[in-house]
Design a protein around this ligand. Structure first.
Ligand SMILES: [Zn+2]
Length: 341
């Protein structure tokens, strides 16, 4: 027994006013054919040496027991169900109508009634798959009020949009999987897209950076990883670079710049368009450690003011580039000969 607090009140056990202890007790009971261990709260009367519960306490204890049963059976707890619903900002009644369930079903699941497995599966699906929920919402538009529909649509569309980055990340990882066990290609580092985003952001936000366009950014990433490998025999990002006419370009470079957290503006030139990477108010570099920041600072010091032509020329003189056939992967073994220390 654990005493949570003591309050002076009318004791519902002996019906006299005295100090009553509010206590937590481990209980076990039989529910749906299984023994459930759970924590219950009671008022404890020392005079009568008795535990009593009333009103909210009884209800709270019942939900606590049901939640332990749910956990033991890999079902969502009442609070988890409430949280899934809150993520979409949808009311209990509206969610039940959209699903074609009885009007009070969700309300009950968020308290005393244990959901069956099929309904549990659907609730998890809603949580993990905004695309599916969006379809459900559109199909059931007439089941909720128009203002409610508009509100839910906005939230679910936003969640769906947020998932884009997950899909994009998966597709990038799929392009990298073949290099994962090749330390000479990936710099003994597993691809870390949080670091990629942080490095790009760090470059774009630097006051010493001059005109950061895509071609230059791709070289800067390679210089950062190569310098890191030279210093620590470990790259920063895990990116794998191919040798192209204008120098190193990471695999999946088209997708990399669309990662959430990377900001660029598209600019029109007489000979086509270019991506200029711009400063953001986001200065979160927590994905990078202090050694990595020092490496980036060094790369900015040396190459930050380079024009596109200058950095391409710089790259063309690197042994790593000269030793690599066009279109082939640039190996990190050449990092020892990098022009930057
Ligand atoms: Zn009492």
């Amino acid at each position: 027994m654990e005493v949570i607090k003591k309050v002076r009140k009318l004791c519902i056990c002996c019906m006299e006013e005295h100090e009553v202890q509010i206590v937590r007790v481990q209980e076990h009971t039989n529910f749906k054919g299984m023994v459930v261990d759970y924590t219950a709260e009671y008022e404890y009367c020392e005079k009568a040496d008795e535990y009593v519960a009333e009103g909210d306490m009884i209800s709270h204890n019942d939900i606590s027991m049901k939640d332990e049963y749910r956990k033991a059976n890999q079902l969502l707890t009442s609070m988890e169900i409430g949280n899934i619903r809150s993520k979409y900002g949808i009311s209990q009644t509206d969610l039940a109508s959209l699903l074609g369930w009885g009007g009070k079903t969700i309300t009950r699941y968020e308290s005393h009634q244990v959901q069956d497995r099929a309904h549990d599966f659907i609730l998890r699906k809603i949580d993990g798959d905004p695309e599916w929920f969006l379809e459900l919402l559109c199909q059931g538009r007439e089941k909720v009020s128009e203002p409610a529909y508009q509100k839910y649509y906005e939230i679910v569309a936003k969640r769906y949009e947020d998932r884009q980055d997950d899909y994009l990340r998966k597709s990038i990882f799929a392009q990298y999987i073949r290099y994962e066990n090749d330390p000479d290609s990936c710099g003994r580092t597993r691809l870390n897209l949080d670091k990629v985003v942080a490095v790009i952001r760090y470059f774009a936000n630097s006051a010493k950076m001059f005109h950061l366009y895509k071609v230059k950014l791709m070289k800067l990433l390679w210089y950062a990883d190569s310098l890191s490998f030279k210093r620590r025999t470990l790259a920063i990002t895990g990116l794998v670079y191919a040798a192209l006419p204008m120098g190193a370009v990471p695999i999946a470079h088209k997708s990399l710049i669309d990662l959430k957290g990377v900001s660029y503006e598209e600019e029109e030139f007489p000979d086509g368009s270019g991506y200029r990477f711009v400063k953001t108010s986001d200065e979160d570099y927590s994905a990078l450690n202090s050694d990595e920041i020092k490496i980036l600072d060094k790369v900015i010091d040396i190459c930050g003011k380079d024009t596109k032509e200058q950095i391409v020329n710089r790259m063309h003189k690197e042994r790593a580039y000269k030793e690599t056939e066009q279109g082939e992967i640039i190996k990190f073994r050449y990092a020892l000969d990098l022009s930057i220390d």
